[in-house]
Design a protein around this ligand. Structure first.
Ligand code: ATP
Length: 321
């Protein structure tokens, strides 16, 4: 495994995208003072997760973003990628090339990526554990760092040797396990506290539970009673309904009988009317016949009178003769 390429954009003095390719062997970067040589190693340490701004020779995190010059405006973000050749699988991933990226925006938003997939800083630290490449690893020795290592406390030197010996991973795991144990102990304490509190509340809770049970029983009883009442009401309503239906049937039958009687009476009335009409017509006929007889009688009477007069005249004539 070796560092193949370094890409920087917007990081400190590297405003434009800058790509440094490293061939196997030694690569030397030379340049005048203040030209940005140390910024390259800062970029490498930054992408590996360096959080200390003192180590990066700045005051606040956004100091790593290109801050502009007289000729050029400042930028809004800094992005650095390290591309490793991993043909020997020293890095515990299945890729033959591994790209680690860190990006920081002026807003403070920060992102880490492994092979363009977003990840946590923890993932990057774990990836390089015991490879000597981490931000505190022995592969990055900055200006004055050798002096610092030699003059430092033996504890600090020990860290460098441990990283070289490849036991940091296990130390970190041990530390994490110890922290977990500590957290578990604290949790256990809390659980015991809660248990003690619960035990204290057990008696009143028992009373409350008894009351709750009683309430539930009574509620069940009430439910049964309500259901019984409901069924009783339904029965009563059913009986009333049946009576109403039978009464209605009787009334309907009665109504039918009445209607039939009315029909019969109407028929009788019609017949009687016809009979009355007939009788009236007969009376009229009789009356007509009567008046004709009277006229006939009058005619006969007048003829009779005429005849009598003629007879008298004849008799008188004869007597004269
Ligand atoms: P020396 O040889 O003296 O150690 P060097 O080549 O290592 O110098 P660096 O310290 O890497 O130089 O670079 C310093 C330069 O980087 C300075 O000119 C500084 O203005 C510039 N610089 C640092 N931070 C920023 C930033 N955020 N934006 C723009 N330029 C920056």
């Amino acid at each position: 495994m070796y560092l193949k390429k370094l890409e920087m954009q917007g990081f400190k003095s590297f405003a434009d995208k800058t790509v440094l390719e490293f061939m196997p062997g030694i690569t030397t970067v030379i340049g005048p003072n203040g030209s940005g040589k140390s910024n390259i190693s800062d970029a490498i340490r930054w992408v590996l997760g360096e959080q200390s701004m003192k180590s990066l020779r700045g005051a606040k995190s956004e100091d790593v973003i290109f801050s502009g010059t007289q000729a050029r405006k400042s930028l809004g973000f800094a992005e650095v990628s390290l591309i490793f050749d991993n043909q020997d699988n020293k890095l515990p991933v299945e890729f033959t090339e591994v790209t680690v990226t860190r990006k920081l925006y002026r807003s403070g938003e920060s992102q880490y990526f492994i092979n363009k997939t977003p990840c946590r800083l923890k993932d990057i630290i774990e990836l390089f554990m015991d490879t000597g490449i981490g931000k505190d690893g022995y592969s990055i020795i900055g200006q004055g760092r050798i002096d610092e290592i030699l003059s430092n406390k033996s504890e600090d030197r020990r860290n460098i040797f441990e990283e070289a010996a490849g036991i940091v991973k296990y130390k970190a795991r041990k530390l994490e396990a110890e922290k977990k144990l500590e957290r578990t102990k604290l949790n256990l304490l809390r659980i015991n506290d809660i248990l003690a509190e619960i035990e204290q509340n057990l008696e009143p809770l028992k009373l409350q539970a008894g009351k709750a049970k009683e309430f539930l029983d009574l509620r069940e009883e009430l439910k049964q009673i309500e259901v019984g009442l409901f069924i009783h009401n339904i029965e009563t309503y059913k009986e009333s309904l049946e009576k109403i239906i039978s009464d209605e049937k009787i009334l309907v039958d009665q109504n039918d009988d009445e209607n039939k009687t009315v029909e019969k009476l109407n028929l009788l009335k019609q017949n009687l009317k016809i009979e009355i009409d007939n009788i009236t017509a007969e009376i009229e006929n009789i009356q007509n016949f009567g008046s004709q007889n009277i006229q006939e009688k009058e005619k006969l009477n007048s003829r009779n009178k005429c005849i009598k007069r003629k007879d008298r005249k004849q008799q008188t004539k004869q007597s004269k003769i």
